[in-house]
Design a protein around this ligand. Structure first.
Ligand SMILES: Nc1nc2c(c(=O)[nH]1)N[C@H]1C(S)=C(S)[C@@H](COP(=O)(O)O)O[C@H]1N2
Ligand SMILES: [Mo]
Length: 197
């Protein structure tokens, strides 16, 4: 393959229209948050839960961690295979709350008010997790330090960097990029990139 100029023939690892990258591009809207006082950081679970829950940085960092291996696919057409992550299983946060039965979707809230939406069942998949390290290194500020969502089966914009909140919702609602024309679901295998109408 020469320089990845044209999309690879897609296969069971590379979705249609994607090109492999060895590096790790940085993509986001707005500025990278820098923290000098982690005592102000928390991760909140709110919305359709019996009781709101918040966990401090200190308590989050001592939760049990697992290793996750996956491929990530950005809507701007790069894919990066064989990522190895260390993170916290979604269940290890969600077992601390009681989700009301009417909850069907989740809004992920990041620093600076950035949001992204996804169905509750996609958030709860065993392959979704709260990422802390990537390929052995703590996440750098521009990749989402201290904690980012990782939902590898959807386009990577659903993987909110600088995650601060999980809102349980009674129906789907567009987040930041979804309000600006990105697809509400974003399945890379179905090329659900944009949804302008
Ligand atoms: N908080 C926040 N998270 C975000 C974004 C953003 O703008 N803000 N951009 C998304 C997009 S569009 C992509 S492709 C990935 C990029 O992650 P990376 O910079 O670690 O590659 O982050 C996603 N998470
Ligand atoms: Mo993206």
């Amino acid at each position: 393959m020469l320089f990845g100029q044209k999309p690879q023939e897609h296969n069971d690892r590379v979705p249609p229209g994607q090109t492999l990258t060895q590096g790790w591009p940085v993509l986001h809207y707005g500025s990278v948050p820098y923290y000098n006082d982690m005592s102000k950081w928390d991760l909140r679970v709110f919305g359709l839960v019996e009781e709101e829950f918040a966990i401090s940085y200190k308590d989050f960092m001592v939760l049990p961690r697992k290793e996750f291996a996956n491929d990530i696919h950005c809507v701007t057409t790069w894919s990066k295979l064989d990522n190895v992550w260390e993170g916290v299983a979604v269940a290890d946060i969600m077992n601390k709350v009681q989700v009301k039965p009417e909850a069907t979707h989740v809004m992920l809230h990041a620093e600076h008010g950035w949001t992204t939406n996804l169905p509750l069942e996609d958030f709860l998949r065993e392959t979704s997790f709260f990422g802390i390290k990537h390929n052995g290194q703590l996440l750098t500020p521009d990749h989402g330090y201290p904690v980012r969502m990782v939902v590898p089966h959807l386009y990577f914009w659903k993987s909110a960097k600088w995650l601060r909140g999980i809102e349980l919702m009674p129906k789907d609602k567009p987040g930041f990029w979804e309000r600006n024309g990105y697809h509400m679901y974003g399945d890379p295998w179905a090329e659900q990139r944009y949804d302008f109408d």
